[in-house]
Design a protein around this ligand. Structure first.
Ligand code: ZN
Ligand code: ZN
Length: 206
């Protein structure tokens, strides 16, 4: 046994910062917050199905050219795709790993979303400690929450910015990135460090 001064740490599966647990408590809490938002977003997307009621586009005045149903919102609300697709496929995956029965039929898509959300939140400790693909799970949940929230609020998704690693490789990040690893030299950057890298050819002023 080596006598080390600090407890062993490795990159957190969700943010890549050094961490003693596999996933920081704070990162797990953020994932939980994202999960908890999905049932509400699912319901709010019903309102977003008709774009004219949302406003914000500045295109709501036309009476002669009705806007089509918001297909993104429709897709996010469909059974087996969108929000239900992401939640239920992860629930199924986890049940398989644990040798449990597949997800039960819960009724409406809304009820399915509620049930799968409760399942994932209830098993979040195990997911963060043990699930081999917690990184992908976290990324997919973050993505579907961002997509749904963008439609509900009418905001565009965050623009990606290309920054240059000193090794010559390019990293594509968003302003709220938790961090990134350069695929060229393997350098791990935290949020602050990655945003300090030189932006490449900004096309529009922020
Ligand atoms: Zn973390
Ligand atoms: Zn690099």
């Amino acid at each position: 046994m080596y006598d080390t001064a600090a407890p062993a740490s490795w990159p957190c599966e969700l943010c890549n910062h050094p961490s003693v647990p596999r996933v920081h408590d704070g990162c797990r809490a953020r994932l939980d917050t994202n999960l908890a938002a999905l049932p509400g977003l699912y319901r709010q997307l019903a309102e977003a199905l008709v774009p004219g009621r949302r406003g914000g586009d500045g295109r709501t005045g036309s009476r002669t050219a009705p806007l089509p149903v918001n297909l993104d919102a429709l897709d996010l609300r469909a059974r087996g795709s969108g929000i239900d697709g992401v939640l239920t496929s992860w629930e199924r995956d986890i049940r398989e790993i644990l040798g449990w029965a597949p997800p039960p039929f819960r009724g409406t898509v809304e009820q399915q979303v509620d049930g799968a959300t409760a399942f994932l939140r209830g098993n979040l400790g195990w997911i963060c400690d043990e699930h081999p693909a917690v990184r992908e799970l976290g990324a997919e949940i973050r993505q579907v929450v961002g997509h749904a929230r963008g439609i509900v609020t009418g905001e565009r998704p965050e623009r990606r910015v290309a920054v240059a690693c000193p090794c010559g490789h390019t990293l594509s990040v968003t302003v709220s990135t938790p961090g990134a690893r350069c695929t060229g030299c393997g350098q791990q950057y935290g949020r602050t460090e990655v945003l300090r890298l030189l932006p490449l050819a900004p096309r529009t002023a922020a």
